[in-house]
Design a protein around this ligand. Structure first.
Ligand SMILES: [Cu+2]
Length: 126
C-alpha cells in the first residue's frame, strides 16, 4: 500500500510540475513583451514595479517632443534617462526632446530597495 501511495504522490507531483512548467513557457512567450515588442511607438510608456521595468528594451520613434509616461503600480520607483534629461521621482508625465536616434540607458531614480540597482532598461530612439 505504501509504495502505491508514494507512486501516486510522485505521479501527482509530476502532473503539477509539468502543468506549472507549461504555464511558465506560455507566460514566457507572451511576456516576451520584454525584448520582443520592438515596434517603435510615438510615446514612451514605462511601468515600474519591484524591481523591474515592464520591458527590457523600449522603442520609440525619434520625436522632438516625446511624451514620457511613468506608471508605478507597485513600490516606489522613478525613471531616469540621463542622456535625455529625464528625471522622474514618481509616477507622472513629462515631455522630452528625443530627436536624436540612439540607445539610451534607463534606470530607476529612487532608492527603492534590494532590487534597485538592477532596475535598468534601454530606450532605443529610431
Ligand atoms: Cu529604484
Amino acid at each position: 500500500m505504501k509504495p502505491f501511495i508514494k507512486a501516486m504522490i510522485v505521479g501527482l507531483l509530476i502532473l503539477v510540475l509539468s502543468g506549472c512548467s507549461s504555464e511558465t513557457t506560455s507566460t514566457e512567450s507572451s511576456s516576451t513583451i520584454g525584448s520582443g515588442n520592438t515596434a517603435a511607438t510615438d510615446a514612451l510608456v514605462v511601468t515600474a514595479k519591484n524591481f523591474q521595468f515592464d520591458q527590457a528594451e523600449f522603442h520609440v520613434k525619434a520625436n522632438k517632443a516625446l511624451k514620457v509616461t511613468l506608471k508605478v503600480p507597485e513600490g516606489m520607483h522613478g525613471l531616469s534617462i540621463p542622456d535625455l534629461n529625464v528625471s522622474m521621482m514618481s509616477a507622472g508625465v513629462m515631455t522630452v526632446d528625443a530627436s536624436k536616434p540612439g540607445t539610451y540607458d534607463m534606470m530607476c531614480s529612487v532608492p527603492c530597495g534590494e532590487g534597485h540597482l538592477i532596475m535598468k532598461s534601454k530606450l532605443v530612439v529610431e
